[in-house]
Design a protein around this ligand. Structure first.
Ligand code: FPP
Length: 256
């Protein structure tokens, strides 16, 4: 049995199997789980886990961009996360401020374009403003899209799309029998990702194996990779391991 926390053995595996010229998933989505447990293991506050998680976002974003991923969507805050204690919610809302104030030069250097899905109007002003600023400053970049899901929920996204379409039908702007997958996708928050709006590889860390209301429509045909590592421990070699496993899968999209 391989020791999962042994970085040397993980690095060797990645070197041995990863094929940089092989197929790279265009859209990778990550549920970055396990910050709290990472902190608890070290007898630290949960906020220290989220801080370490934020630092790992920088590492993985740069690495994914280097690997040629076109869109990296990260689940930073769900519509359900408001249920957490107020001090933790406040800390999580401060993270984008700290993230962009320290990471913007590297984002520009890597030509990364920042985008966001979710409901900005319910965010504290400072969080909303910093996200808007990052989106504006990087709008002309042409590299990987770093797409943050903040105050995002998959069911709400689908319901909102249904409502928009229902209104169009009500007004006579759209015939009900013209509603198809393409029309529906135009009303999702990911519509601006066009070709890449559906997820190719979905990663969740920390050993939990569920979707937690994340990109429900867009994950319909994605490959899933569940890592037992806690998010702050999930490094470049582990990302490569996920790519390697993806490269070995045979995606049939329901065909043979
Ligand atoms: C889940 O772990 C993690 C979150 C709810 C927050 C994820 C946020 C980050 C990794 C940082 C995001 C950075 C930016 C720039 C927005 P958990 O707290 O549920 O962990 P646990 O299950 O071990 O308690």
């Amino acid at each position: 049995m391989k020791e999962i926390n042994n970085i040397e053995s993980r690095t060797e595996d990645a070197k041995e199997y990863f094929d940089a010229t092989g197929l790279i998933p265009e859209h990778v989505a990550i549920i970055m789980d396990g910050n709290g447990r990472w902190a608890k293991k070290r007898q630290l506050k949960r906020s220290a886990g989220h801080k370490a998680g934020m630092d790992q976002v920088k590492t993985i974003a740069k690495h994914a961009s280097k690997r040629g991923v076109k869109v990296l969507t990260l689940y930073a805050f769900s519509t359900e996360n408001w249920k957490r204690p107020l001090n933790e919610v406040n800390y999580l809302m401060q993270l984008p401020v700290d993230f962009f104030s320290s990471f913007m030069p590297e984002i520009m250097e890597a030509d990364i374009k920042v985008m966001m899905i979710g409901h900005p109007s319910d965010l504290p002003k400072k969080t909303r403003k910093v996200m808007e600023k990052a989106i504006e400053e990087t709008k002309d970049n042409n590299g990987m899209v770093l797409n943050f899901a903040v105050n995002y929920g998959g069911r709400k996204e689908i319901l909102d799309a249904v409502k928009e379409i229902a209104i169009m039908v009500e007004k006579g702007a759209l015939k009900a029998d013209k509603i198809n997958e393409k029309v529906f996708e135009e009303h999702l928050m990911t519509s601006s990702l066009s070709e890449q709006q559906n997820v190719d590889l979905m990663i969740r860390t920390s050993g939990e194996e569920r979707l937690s209301n994340f990109l429900l429509w867009q994950n319909a045909y994605s490959e899933f990779h569940f890592s037992s590592l806690l998010w702050p421990d999930f490094g470049e070699v582990d990302f490569d391991e996920a790519l390697r496993i993806y490269q070995k899968r045979n995606r049939r999209f329901g065909g043979l």
